[in-house]
Structures are given as structure tokens and as C-alpha cells.
Ligand binder design. Structure first.
Ligand code: PMM
Length: 269
């Protein structure tokens, strides 16, 4: 089956990859429409930056950022995901037309999240997460490597199922860049298929992340800025396409990702 492409729309002043570029409703909607025209299967609208060290917006700010964008896109007939850790935002987003809730905390940040999603028919993405962005780099120990990620995701799946979210509505994500060193990110990618034991669709987001900036750093150690990380992002996507467990990718450059998928599929044929 073709890999699902989720296009990122950050309606934030401070996301590491594209912060401030689509910070108002009109710019965000226009950008999302462009991603759909470029071939995004779903657009992921977020109002809270999760970059390392980020401080959290007020709930009201997050709602003001995402709800009008979701309403406009849902009215187009576009499949929309909301990227939020907050139950209140998830509920408002689904009421505004979002079909997916992408929770980078896998239900850990807000105790009301799983029950709130259970009461909708939204698809739920449970990402591997350990702490909010201001503290997550204090939690980067993985004695068993990817197996720790698998075990912690299994706990989140069980919590989601117990709350009443059906298995068919669940997607898991190893949370590349969240409470992980660069070495751990590379290890999780190398051993991605170990997530297959969980029995769920696997979404992966590597696009423009810091470990790629470090890989591509100048000789003096200056990281490559986010907008210069797309080719490396695509190379990782390409390297993952042969992995049986990969179901979808979350990316900023949808056009480039579609090019990679088209060429790869043609070669395979
Ligand atoms: N990464 C970011 C935000 N949301 N959601 C999922 N499911 N997976 C991810 O890897 C992920 C995410 C951070 O990246 P951004 O600031 O570019 O959106």
C-alpha cells in the first residue's frame, strides 16, 4: 500500500522548522491548500511548538490558532489532523472538522485526552513521549534502545484501548527527536521494524529535525538550519520505504516527498 503523506502546518510563531511563516489564519490555510495541491493525504495543523525548550501557549491561544484553520480546510473537504496534547483543543478541533488527533504525548500530557478522543470517531496518533519540551532532554536514557520505545508505546496503546479507542483508530509514532539523543534517533530509525510487534500503523516524522542539522553541520559545528535539511529528510524517507512496518511520513516538503515516492515506486515496478 502507498505510504501516507502527512503535511505539516504549524500555526505557531516559534516552531523550529518553520516558526512564524504560517502564523496567521490566512497564511496557514493558504499553505495547507498548497500542501494538498502538492499531494498531501492529510494536513496536520498545530498551534503549539514542540521544539526543544519551547514554552507552552495558553489553551485560548492554541484554540485561536488552530480552530479557524481547521474549519476552512474541512470546508474544502480536506482531511485534517490536529497536532495537540490538550483534550480541550482536540475536542474543539474535531467539532471544527478534524478527522485525526495527533497527540505527541500519547495521552500522557492531559489526563482527559484519551476519553475525549474515545468519545469521537477520530483517528488517534499516539507518539512516544516522555516529558514536555522544556525538560525532555533530561529523559534520554534508553538502556534497551528501541525496545524501551516499543514498551512505552505499548503502555500508551493499552491506555488508549482501555479508554475506549478502537484498535482500528490507532496509529503509533516513535517520536523521533522527542526525549532522544541523535544517536537514539538513528537507532530507532535503523530498527523501525521492531515497532511491528505493536500491530498498529506506524507514522514517522523526521522532517527537518535537529539530528539532521547535526549530521549536516559545518566543520565548525554550526548545525545546518532547518530549511536546508529537506534533502536529508527525503533520504531518510527513502531509506524507510522498504521497511514493511512504515505506514506514513509526517513532512514539511510534501512536493519533494511525493517526488521521492513516485520515483521509488517506478523503480520498484
Ligand atoms: N514532530 C513534531 C510535531 N508533531 N507529530 C508526530 N506524530 N510525529 C512527529 O515526529 C512530530 C509530531 C515536531 O516537528 P515540527 O515542529 O516540525 O512540527
Amino acid at each position: 500500500m502507498a505510504v501516507v503523506v502527512m503535511g505539516v502546518v504549524n500555526v505557531t510563531p516559534d516552531s523550529f522548522s518553520d516558526g512564524g511563516r504560517w502564523a496567521d489564519t490566512d497564511a496557514a490555510v493558504a499553505h495547507a491548500r498548497q500542501l494538498v495541491a502538492e499531494g498531501a493525504d492529510i494536513v496536520d495543523v498545530g498551534g503549539e511548538s514542540t521544539r526543544p525548550g519551547a514554552t507552552r501557549p495558553l489553551v485560548s491561544e492554541e484554540l485561536d490558532r488552530v480552530v479557524p484553520v481547521i474549519e476552512a480546510l474541512a470546508a474544502d473537504g480536506t482531511r485534517v489532523s490536529v497536532d495537540t496534547m490538550r483534550a480541550e483543543v482536540a475536542a474543539a478541533a474535531v467539532a471544527a472538522g478534524a478527522a485525526w488527533v495527533n497527540d505527541v504525548s500519547g495521552g500522557l500530557a492531559d489526563p482527559a485526552m484519551l476519553a475525549t478522543v474515545a468519545a469521537t470517531d477520530a483517528t488517534y496518533v499516539a507518539m512516544h513521549w516522555r516529558a514536555h519540551s522544556d525538560r525532555m532532554q533530561d529523559f534520554t536514557s534508553y538502556p534497551r534502545g528501541v525496545l524501551d520505545v516499543v514498551d512505552e508505546l505499548r503502555d500508551r496503546i493499552e491506555a488508549a484501548r482501555t479508554a475506549g479507542i478502537g484498535a482500528e483508530r490507532l496509529v503509533v509514532d516513535p517520536g523521533i527527536g522527542f526525549a532522544k539523543t541523535a544517536a537514539t534517533n538513528w537507532e530507532v530509525l535503523a530498527r523501525l521494524d521492531e515497532l511491528a510487534v505493536l500491530g498498529h500503523r506506524v507514522l514517522v516524522g523526521v522532517s527537518r529535525k535537529s539530528f539532521l542539522g547535526a549530521l549536516l553541520a559545518d566543520p565548525d559545528g554550526t548545525p545546518r538550519p532547518p530549511l536546508g535539511r529537506d534533502l536529508a529528510s527525503h533520504a531518510v524517507t527513502l531509506a524507510l520505504l522498504d521497511r514493511p512496518c512504515l505506514w506514513g511520513v509526517r513532512v514539511h516538503d510534501v512536493l519533494g516527498t511525493r517526488d521521492v515516492l513516485s520515483a521509488w515506486e517506478r523503480v520498484k515496478r
